[in-house]
Design a binder for this molecule. Structure first.
Ligand code: FAD
Length: 669
């Protein structure tokens, strides 16, 4: 057995994992990162449209601040998020942007003077202030009050990941690539690292650490069609689930993005609609204003995806051999804009559809995109159950997204979360010693070795690839955008049957080293448990909130369901998770539950909502006329942050007396 010791072990070399690794390395701690693939190929590189931060540099972002970003995030989450975490996040996002700039991210910049943009299908000329010239630009995104999404064309994730990985390399942080973590080492109270398998040699290794951070990304690939990379299989969530102790949070909260291309499922960024692209049906009709007259194509993602699905169900989709789809029309943006700001989208259309999006409409359909659920942590990123286990990024349920994530808030979460949680991980490593229990470590090595021996030497007949395909089909058909009791029950029954069949997996290829069939067999059982956790959580939650939309329970029910689902897997023989719930305390909320701004207000109110509103009004009254917004915020919901992150953010509007220019010259197209 190969034993490797470190202080801070990070599983995952995407933006979130690398940012935690940088934070612990900066403190002089021995830091080690594991990754399935080279760091620069992590899924973060796929992020296209941008990163939200309330810089307020542009005329359409002027007046933006942490308060508005916080409110957008809470409303976006359909009041499912942890408001403390949303506050921490909104405050630190501008700091993260500036840090990334120092590390070399080539953000798109503001040019002073007039610029033509498309808003509501009309050409509008905006005038950017002289003082803003050269500052970081931002585009519009769904569910936001201000233009807040900072970007590098539509390759934001690529430039961010390269900058952060280069920073990690310059600090000498080792990344062990082509290594798959498959089991946590723990004693039920404390996590001591992981057992991992080298995907090249098949060697099992024990990585023993003071802290272990799961930063393995989302679980999109439990679905048949997803914008996610093939590595987003939820093995990080399964690591926690398999402990029987650590909880997963809100696993049923799964986002479907409105505009993935048909049939490949590759994303075209929300930036397409943010920059003025519109959605059309089979008759070329722009239908979103019929459903959402105010926000139109820029309603929250969950809302747009549902409206699109509704519209197709009414027979307005375009028939295709791959099922109905709708059109995304960005032709109105013009070739120059597309080739400058949406060049990845253009390439995707050319390579995967054989069309020129400057001239032709893009076939799109809502597709699985993001995992709001994940390893449940407290605000410092630590598992409440397993000391020394942390989680960050898409892998985690920290929980700033609740039941719907806003576009641009995910890459922002990876770096902000990494910055904040990384500090707490470093504190933990400094305050705790390395505990090496070789018998415990050997127990977990033996368990994994047995699993591999049974797969390779056993006589099982089930094909792992087929089981996985079947699971993905079930999730797509029955645990999708619209959900209902009978279909969710069917999903659970069928997934349970697959989990039973997975006990009889057999391999045709008996190699113990580089063997994709063995890799798939090890993953599929874990993925099935993750899928069952999603399906069971969805079946139990008899309300609609954010991306979790029940046809049989269409109301958001704050009275009974203003809570977070917590899931554990009781033991190896179990076929379903154990679910319990963590209440969200309305009396501590800065923004009590309210109308989200889409469709009809269809909420069953929480009994404390009225009480909290009265209390908030009293706090405001006690502060007198026109209190400073920071004082008011602290009075309503004090939250903590590491001290170096506490200073207020500076903005152009705070330091210069700027009167933002008004849009002029509305020229209909
Ligand atoms: C196409 C696309 C476009 C997007 N665009 C945007 C956008 O414009 N703005 C935005 O905010 N968000 C966007 N997102 C979401 C955002 O990109 C992701 O949520 C975010 O980058 C996830 O980062 P992460 O560090 O948490 O995980 P990832 O970047 O997914 O990294 C996961 C890491 O974990 C490793 N790993 C996984 N399992 C194991 C294991 N068992 N053992 C060892 N290592 C493991 C992988 O090798 C990888 O290094 C987009 C997502 C997609 C799919």
């Amino acid at each position: 057995m190969k034993l490797i010791y470190t202080d801070s072990l990070v599983i995952g070399a995407g933006l979130a994992g690398l940012r935690v690794a940088i934070a612990t390395k900066e403190r002089g701690l021995d830091t080690l990162v594991l990754s399935l693939i080279p760091a620069k190929r992590s899924h973060s590189a796929a992020a296209q449209g941008g990163m939200q931060a309330s810089l307020g540099n542009t005329v359409k972002g002027m007046g933006d601040n942490e308060d508005i970003h916080f409110q957008d995030t809470v409303k976006g989450s359909d009041w499912g998020c942890d408001q403390d975490v949303a506050r921490m996040f909104a405050h630190c996002a501008p700091k993260a942007i500036r840090e990334l700039t120092n590390w070399g991210v080539p953000w798109s910049r503001v040019s002073a003077g007039p610029r033509d943009v498309i808003m509501n299908a009309q050409k509008v000329t905006l005038h950017e202030a002289e003082e803003a010239h050269g500052l970081i630009n931002a585009r519009d995104f769904g569910g936001t009050k201000k233009w807040r999404t900072c970007y590098t064309a539509d390759g934001t994730g690529h430039s961010l990941l390269y900058a952060v990985d280069n920073q990690a390399i310059s600090m000498g942080i080792p990344v062990h690539e082509r290594i798959e973590a498959l089991s946590l080492i723990h004693d039920g109270k404390r996590c001591h690292g992981v057992i991992a398998r080298c995907l090249v040699t098949g060697e099992l290794r024990a990585y023993v650490a003071k802290s272990t951070t799961i930063a393995t990304g989302g679980y999109g690939k439990i679905y048949e069609i997803s914008t996610n990379a093939t590595i987003c299989e939820g093995i990080g969530q399964a690591l926690a689930l398999d402990t029987g102790v650590a909880t997963l949070g809100n696993m049923e909260a799964v986002q479907f993005h409105p505009t993935a291309i048909v049939p490949a499922g590759i994303l075209t960024t929300e930036g397409c609609r943010g920059d003025g692209g519109i959605l059309r049906d089979k008759d070329g009709h722009r239908f979103m204003p019929d459903y959402e007259p105010e926000k139109k194509e820029l309603a929250s993602r969950d809302v747009v995806s549902r409206r699109m699905t509704e519209h197709m169900r009414k027979g307005n989709g375009v028939d295709s051999p791959y099922g109905p789809h709708l059109w995304l029309d960005i032709t109105l943006l013009g070739r120059e804009h597309i080739e400058t700001n949406l060049r990845e989208v253009k390439e995707i259309c050319e390579y995967f559809l054989g069309i020129d999006p400057c001239k032709e409409w893009i076939p799109v359909r809502p597709t699985q995109h993001y995992s709001m659920g994940g390893v449940r942590t407290n605000a410092t990123g630590e598992s409440p159950q397993l000391k020394g286990l942390f989680s960050v990024g898409e892998a985690a349920c920290w929980d700033m997204h609740g039941f719907n994530r806003l576009g641009g808030n995910s890459v922002a979460e990876t770096v902000v979360g990494g910055m904040i949680i990384g500090k707490y991980v470093a504190d933990f490593c400094e305050q705790n010693s390395l505990e090496i229990d070789t018998a415990l470590t050997q127990k977990f090595i033996d368990k994994l070795q047995n699993e591999i021996d049974n797969l390779v030497d056993g006589n099982g007949k089930e094909n792992p690839f087929e089981l996985k395909k079947e699971m993905q089909r079930i999730m797509m058909n029955y645990v999708g955008i619209f959900r209902n009791g009978p279909e969710l029950d069917k999903a659970i029954q069928e997934l349970k049957a697959l989990l039973l069949r997975a006990k009889n997996l057999g391999l045709k290829c008996k190699k113990r080293h580089s063997n994709p069939e063995l890799v798939e067999a090890l993953r599929v059982t874990r993925m099935l448990k993750v899928a069952l956790t999603v399906a069971c959580g969805a079946a139990a939650r008899t309300e609609s909130r954010g991306a979790h939309s029940r046809e049989d329970y269409p109301q958001r029910n704050d009275k009974d369901w203003l809570n977070r689902t917590l899931a554990t897997w009781p033991d190896a023989e179990s076929l379903t998770p154990v679910l319990r719930y963590e209440a969200l305390d309305v009396m501590k909320m800065e923004l009590p539950p309210g109308y989200r701004g889409y469709g009809n207000d269809n909420t069953i109110a929480h009994p404390d909502t009225e009480k909290r509103i009265i209390e908030i009004n009293k706090v405001i009254a006690a502060l007198g006329d026109d209190p400073d917004r920071h004082t008011l915020q602290q009075a309503l919901m004090p939250y903590t942050l590491p001290s170096h992150l506490l200073p207020p953010n500076e903005r152009l509007s705070d330091t210069l007396a700027i009167t933002p220019s008004q849009p002029v010259g509305n020229k209909p197209l």
